[in-house]
Structure formats: structure tokens, C-alpha cells
Write a protein that binds this ligand. Structure first.
Ligand SMILES: Cc1ncc(COP(=O)(O)O)c(C=O)c1O
Length: 399
């Protein structure tokens, strides 16, 4: 894989004009409306924004354009090696905007590879957007491509099984059909889907990009053409990112490479420890032997990432007991925070997926998912091991 100086780019992207502005932190513009002294100019900017372009003189109104949001998007696009990026008020707002943008052409069929984040799966299965959705496995995408297929949706690493999907292979199978990659688990530090032929790289920026569990956001890196479609959808549906959130995300970018590398190093240690524990029946982590069947590490991913899933040998009750008994890890959904989060996908994040969908995606009742944070790895393992031991004792007593 091409070497990329993320550390420098992450610190400086979107900050080129700071000396000229005489600032050291990005200006935060909270305006909801903007003065338009020249009506002709204002009208021309509205026309440009309705074509999905950025305005040249007047932002006009905050649902149409905002300089703080714009600055974050440009910085994020650089990290993704993309022409542009468009941000939204949440990851799900980004997912719905991508589906709407892809179907602007009138095509209504979407192919989706399971597993996907529960909310995305639910949106696709719900029929809310009037789409005809085919769920399939990554290897059989080409069997389902039709004349009216608007989009192929994949997630890699996938939520919650951390399965890696070969983006270039799905792109090849999709042919002319654009491929949307949810790259939330990877972040641009570990993977840049556009370099493998994807049309859009989507992130729940609520996770690693914000990095501290205090921002809701979504962002899609893409070509100029997709950015125009997405901006138009955003103007029409109003799922905008708040400038304060954009400010925090832009700040989060500066430490993203360091946070991802530190959490990844701990994830490797925790995955090895879990693998050796007799109460754990399976560990899902791309860095373990057999964890990367398509050899994507080094080709598509720069490392195995920071997310681990594992299965308790004694099933649901043991998994629930581990979640109840961790004291350092936070028993909570979401991921990408500074603290380590542990959650039960079938009962929480994927609760909205029906049993067939869970089976198809390989989500089991004994499975737990860990988002490894920045604590000392010895302390993390001590906490997890103690919680696993308690669950084993409870299981023995109840036998
Ligand atoms: C992989 C993935 N995509 C999308 C989303 C949705 O993002 P948000 O919660 O920011 O709407 C999530 C949320 O957990 C996720 O894990």
C-alpha cells in the first residue's frame, strides 16, 4: 500500500489560511443567515447551491452552506484522498442521503451486503425510502445486479463481526453500479475506499472522527459529482451538520492517527488474550490467524483496527454477565471513544435486525463487541478477564 503521511496531514489539513487569518484555531461561524447586499449575487449563489456547488460570495442560509462545516469537509476529503466530502447531522442522516442521492436517477434497486450496522440494515429493510433491496453476501453481488440497480452498500470492517470485505472485488462485481462503503470502523487512517474504486466512503463521524463520544455526525468522502448530488439532498432534507460539531470533528482529525494506532496496538493484545481464554469460544479480529481470509491487510487495510468481537462459550447469559461486571470498560453502544466500550450487538445495536438477518450476518446471542480505547492495555485485560471469570463462576453455580 502507498505510504501516506497521515500524521502531518491530519494535524494541518484545513488550516492553510491560519497565518493569513491570524488565528490558531478554526473560526467558528454560528450564523443561521447571512447578509446579502447584492441581490443578483445572492440569487446566483442560490442557483449554484441548487446545482450542488459551493457558493462563491454568499452563504445565504446555514442549511445551504457554512464555512466551519466546509472547512472540516475539505480537511476530511484530503485524508480520504477524495475530491470532496459532505457532512451530515448523524451517520444515519449520511446513509439516508447516500441512498437518496443514488436513487435521484430514478433507479430503485439497492444491493446490500450483510452484516451492516443495525440502523442501516433496518432502514434498508423497512421500505421507508421506497427501495427494492436485495441482501446478499459479498461474493454474490454480481448475481443480483439489474438494469435498475442504483447502489451497492457494503461495510468493511463490518459491524459487528469485524469481517473484512474486499472492496475492489465488490466494485468489479458491481460493474457500472456505484459502491458505497461504510468505512466507519477503519477510519481514513486504515483504509481509503475510493482508492479501491468505491464511489462513496461513509463514516459515522460520531465514532473515531470525533473521538471523545460527544459529537453526533456523519460524513461521506466522494468525487465532485457525488458531492453535488449529496449537497442537493442535504439542502432538500435538512440533515445538516451543526458548525460546533464540525469544529469538534476538525479538532478530532488532528489526533486521529495517534488514537487509532494506540487503540489498535491494545486491540491486538486483547484479541490474543481472549483467544486463549477457555470461556471464549471465538474471537473476531482481522489480526488473528484466519481473521483475514481475503488477505486484505496490507492491501486494503493498513492494520487490523481497533474493534474486536468475541463469543462467550456459554452464550447469552455469559455475555450479559460480562457486560454487567466490567468496571473499567464502559458497557455502552457506539465506538471510537477514548474509553473502551463493550456491548451486546444482538440485544442492542442490532436489536432492530430480524433473526434471519442476524443469522445471515453471523451475529450470535453470545457475541460481545469491544471498541478498544486508550487506557493501559494491562488494566483493560485485567478488567475484562475478571468479568469473564465472574461469568464462568455464575455459569458453574447455575449448572
Ligand atoms: C458502521 C456504522 N455506520 C453507521 C452508523 C450510524 O451512525 P450514527 O449513530 O452517527 O447515526 C453506525 C452507528 O453505530 C455505525 O456503527
Amino acid at each position: 500500500m502507498k505510504h501516506f503521511d497521515f500524521d502531518t496531514l491530519a494535524v494541518h489539513a484545513g488550516r492553510d489560511d491560519f497565518r493569513e487569518l491570524g488565528v490558531h484555531a478554526p473560526p467558528l461561524d454560528l450564523s443561521t443567515t447571512y447578509p446579502i447586499p447584492d441581490l443578483a449575487e445572492g440569487t446566483a449563489d442560490i442557483d449554484a447551491m441548487l446545482r450542488g456547488e459551493r457558493p462563491s460570495a454568499n452563504n445565504v442560509y446555514a442549511r445551504l452552506a457554512n464555512p466551519t462545516v466546509d472547512r472540516f469537509e475539505k480537511a476530511f476529503a484530503e485524508l480520504e484522498c477524495a475530491d470532496d466530502a459532505v457532512s451530515f447531522g448523524s451517520g444515519m442522516a449520511a446513509v439516508s442521503a447516500a441512498l437518496l442521492a443514488a436513487t435521484l436517477c430514478g433507479k430503485r434497486h439497492v444491493i446490500a451486503v450483510r452484516p451492516l450496522y443495525g440502523g442501516t440494515d433496518h432502514l434498508l429493510a423497512s421500505g421507508l425510502l421506497g427501495l427494492d433491496v436485495t441482501f446478499t453476501a459479498a461474493g454474490t453481488v454480481s448475481d443480483h445486479v439489474r438494469a435498475d440497480t442504483a447502489l451497492v452498500v457494503i461495510e468493511t470492517p463490518a459491524n459487528p463481526t469485524i469481517a473484512l470485505v474486499d472492496i475492489a472485488d465488490v466494485v468489479r462485481q458491481a460493474g457500472e453500479v456505484p459502491v458505497l462503503v461504510d468505512s466507519t470502523f477503519a477510519t481514513p487512517i486504515l483504509q481509503q475506499p475510493l482508492l479501491h474504486g468505491a464511489a462513496m466512503s461513509l463514516h459515522s463521524a460520531t465514532k473515531f472522527i470525533g473521538g471523545h463520544g460527544d459529537v453526533m455526525a456523519g460524513v461521506i468522502a466522494c468525487t465532485d459529482e457525488w458531492a453535488r448530488h449529496l449537497r442537493l439532498v442535504r439542502i432538500l432534507t435538512g440533515g445538516v451538520l451543526h458548525p460546533m460539531a464540525a469544529y469538534l470533528l476538525h479538532r478530532g482529525l488532528q489526533t486521529l492517527p495517534i488514537r487509532v494506532r494506540a487503540a489498535q496496538a491494545s486491540a491486538m493484545v486483547l484479541a490474543q488474550e481472549l483467544l486463549q481464554h477457555p470461556s471464549v469460544s471465538r474471537v473476531f479480529f482481522p489480526g488473528l490467524a484466519g481473521g483475514d481470509p481475503h488477505q486484505l491487510l496490507g492491501r486494503q487495510m493498513r492494520g487490523p483496527g481497533t474493534m474486536i468481537a468475541f463469543e462467550m462459550a456459554d452464550g447469552f447469559d455469559a455475555a450479559a454477565s460480562v457486560m454487567r461486571n466490567v468496571t473499567l470498560m464502559t458497557p455502552a453502544v457506539s465506538l471510537g471513544s477514548a474509553d473502551t466500550l463493550i456491548q451486546h450487538p444482538a440485544g442492542l445495536t442490532h436489536r432492530v435486525v430480524d433473526q434471519a438477518g442476524l443469522d445471515e450476518g453471523g451475529v450470535t446471542a453470545g457475541m460481545l463487541r469491544v471498541s478498544v480505547g486508550l487506557e493501559d492495555v494491562t488494566a483493560l485485560w485485567k478488567d475484562l478477564e475478571a468479568a469473564i471469570e465472574i461469568s464462568a463462576r455464575v455459569e458453574l453455580v447455575s449448572r
